[in-house]
Design a protein around this ligand. Sequence first.
Ligand SMILES: NC(=O)c1ccc[n+]([C@@H]2O[C@H](COP(=O)([O-])OP(=O)(O)OC[C@H]3O[C@@H](n4cnc5c(N)ncnc54)[C@H](O)[C@@H]3O)[C@@H](O)[C@H]2O)c1
Length: 416
Amino acid sequence: MASSQKTYALVGCGGRGLYMYITAIVKNFQKTARLVGLCDVNQGRMDYCNRSLQTNIPTFTDFDQMMKQARPDVVIVTTKDSMHHEFILRAFEHGCDAISEKPMTIDDGKCRAILAAEKKTGRKVTVTFNYRFAPYVTKIRELIAQGAIGRVLSVDFDYKLNRSHGADYFRRWHRRKENSGGLLVHKSTHHFDLVNWWIGQEPVEVFALGSRQFYGPTRKERGERCLTCDHKKTCEFYFDINAPVDAGTMIFEFGELYAKVEQYDGYFRDRCVFSDDINIEDTMNLTVRYSGGTQMSYSLNAHCTYEGWKIAFNGTEGRLEAAEGHGGPFVPSDTQNIVVHRWNKPSETIPVTAELYDHGGGDHRLLNMLFDGPRPDPLGHMATSHAGAMSILTGIAANHSIAEGRPIEISRLLRG
Ligand SMILES: NC(=O)c1ccc[n+]([C@@H]2O[C@H](COP(=O)([O-])OP(=O)(O)OC[C@H]3O[C@@H](n4cnc5c(N)ncnc54)[C@H](O)[C@@H]3O)[C@@H](O)[C@H]2O)c1
């Protein structure tokens, strides 16, 4: 082993584990990183990871056994969201730092446990907010930090998931709140993190409304899963689990990764989006108050006809508008614009070169930082557990607010 190599063990060998981290370490970061163990409840999925990359990384279904045998420097956590805290804490116990996919965890109790364990053990968790690294959102951070619109007083943020990507959350483990925290944690952690980062403030109080109006038992023509459904020929939500998915930079072989290894864990990745079993919301609206006095209105809808987001920041010196399309009519071809309107001055349009794959160009920049660092980080792209906590606590507060019908203070969740 080259002495400059750090060793990594990864737990959670699904889509994100394989197509983001395992593939990158094996193919692009051999000089600085080496995988010494893979862990998952599904042995078949780990075997496919090794087979598809022609590697022979040791595999384990028991995390502690992996830690004892493989003795990694760092643990990468890419399991379903509700298990992140478990493996972060256990990595600390084994004397390792952790890298966790977003969201850091799904509720306030688990969040407090991670923050307390960091203090107690002196270990740390890095939360991988890839979206921060996309050039378009980085430019927004730069402009606001430079004072392009003065002090930010309010934010309007509208996020739309379409009936392909949005619907997919209602097929998989994400559809149960106890697995994902719902979309306000699982998905919005990205958006709330960006807002915290963009405006340099933290959330203080949250009020939310949320309902499930589109998915769930809203139609008669439904089944257990797409693979065996009687309505597959007519349902516009039919998902062929065996069809490879072209993700732009690589092909995702969901048939191999999920369908062909179901016998190991009974997990169906193509459950019906109209089933009774779904307990997350698909229609959500929030108002948020921040530490510097900024107010935000935010909406997330998971059943839109096209996908993307639109944001406006109103500041003491002007207004900044940005929008990104991920599918449907607004996918950018070569540039994405940010528009700054200043009081009594001509508006300015700032073009940013569009990157269509790789989460807006965020993934490979994040990977470089993680596995080929340390690199200069003047805008603070790398996120600690504190940023991880502040981003999920907005969504967690929103979940409490929806359940309790009143505004929730973030400090209450941090105190417990
Ligand atoms: N940042 C991003 O853009 C991005 C994109 C996709 C996913 N993610 C995150 O990556 C994580 C994984 O998502 P995914 O889409 O790969 O899901 P997935 O279902 O494809 O993979 C999850 C894997 O975790 C394994 N697992 C579940 N419970 C486990 C346990 N107790 N012990 C060991 N393994 C366990 C499953 O068997 C599966 O292989 C999630 O936290 C998700 O939020 C992030």
